[in-house]
Design a protein around this ligand. Structure first.
Ligand SMILES: Cc1cc2nc3c(=O)[nH]c(=O)nc-3n(C[C@H](O)[C@H](O)[C@H](O)COP(=O)(O)O)c2cc1C
Length: 337
């Protein structure tokens, strides 16, 4: 049987399948089902900067109002007994997962500023996080901000998180950067040990009846995996950061393609939400079978063997492929031009 074991963020994983951040990775019950189905590590749902800051602001106001009241107010217990802050609740949830699971648990911080909220990273490590994933999704809506300014924001927050903790830090990135490979190298220099390619963006939708602007969440389709596979292939061998891919990985085909391109791990989310945690088992079994039928002894042997450096032609992941694909297009018979 082929050896599926994989190194990721200093952790030895049984195989390259990781459950990415989602509601499934937050509860002990579903996390146990993921582990049972063969998932090798999980990333918890994110702890959001906005939620922490909002709670801090509320508490400040609450305590402030008490101190403006009667003198005796000082002796009142200012917070309800048993109060747990957002960070503490997250750490409790993490602790419960660690107690129940054998697989590594990666905590997820989600925010865009380098403020004091990042100190909670230490709490998460104390609660048992094996690594931290930082999702610093930022929409560059300010026309004064250059690409360099936007990238610096990612570098600064990565450095700030990495400085807080001893465990490996990985950064979940979006697709929209001018020079993604250069940025990943800079993130590595700032302390990141990995990157996760790529965040899926949920675009707001304008409701034509009410003229409301509403959030809209659609799960992914396997076609989205190709963008991640291309960038994993282009990045492989150009940075010390390990590569996770996320977005559109539903089955064995995309999984094997990502590993061939150079991904260290493949993160699953939509397929698990659609089909249940057990979908991971099907992917793993088919991955094993694929390796055996194609005479690969291990995932390591396969990894990166079709990255940009090893691709048959230098243009395969860049303009060559682009020109080729346009030239090959044939319209359906019903459409003539
Ligand atoms: C319901 C839902 C909740 C999610 N929550 C988070 C989150 O808290 N933090 C995060 O970084 N990504 C979150 N994601 C993104 C996923 O981790 C994943 O990166 C994305 O869905 C792409 O993978 P997929 O195509 O397999 O769904 C969430 C996705 C879904 C569908």
């Amino acid at each position: 049987m082929a050896d599926l074991s994989t190194q990721y963020l200093g952790l030895t994983l049984n195989n390259p399948l990781v459950a990415s951040s989602s509601p499934l990775t937050g509860s002990v019950d579903s996390a146990l089902r993921l582990q049972e189905a063969g998932i090798a590590a999980l990333v918890m749902p994110s702890l959001f900067e906005e939620k922490i800051l909002q709670e801090h602001a509320l508490l400040d106001r609450f305590l402030d109002e008490q101190s403006l009241g009667h003198g005796e107010a000082q002796s009142f217990r200012p917070l309800p007994q048993g109060f747990r802050s957002t960070e503490e609740q997250y750490a409790d949830q993490l602790h419960a997962l660690k107690q129940a699971l054998e697989i590594p648990v990666i905590a997820s911080l989600n925010g865009i500023t380098t403020g004091g909220w990042l100190e909670c990273a230490q709490q998460l490590v104390a609660a048992g996080a094996d690594a931290l994933e930082l999702n610093a999704w930022h929409i560059p809506h300010n026309p004064e901000d250059s690409a360099a300014v936007v990238e610096q924001r990612y570098i600064d927050i990565t450095r700030a998180v990495a400085a807080q903790v001893q465990v490996p830090v990985t950064v979940k990135l979006g697709t929209q950067f001018s020079a993604p490979l250069h940025l990943v190298r800079a993130l590595g220099a700032a302390g990141a040990r990995g990157v996760s390619l790529f965040n899926r963006f949920y675009q707001p939708e304008i409701d034509l009846d009410t003229l409301d602007i509403r959030p809209r969440l659609e799960l992914s389709s396997p076609a989205e995996a190709r963008l991640r596979i291309r960038w994993a292939a282009l990045l492989h061998g150009h940075s010390d950061c390990q590569i996770a891919v996320t977005g559109g990985f539903h089955g064995t085909t995309e999984t094997v393609q990502a590993l061939l391109a150079g991904a260290d791990v493949v993160q699953l989310c939509s397929v698990l939400l659609q089909q249940g945690p057990e979908a991971a088992r099907t992917v793993l079994q088919a991955l094993s079978l694929w390796l055996e039928t194609h005479d690969y002894a291990s995932v390591n042997q396969l990894r990166g063997s079709l990255s940009a450096r090893h691709a048959p032609s230098t243009g395969d992941y860049s303009r060559g492929n682009y020109i080729d694909v346009l030239d090959r297009y044939t319209p359906p018979d019903s459409v003539r031009f």
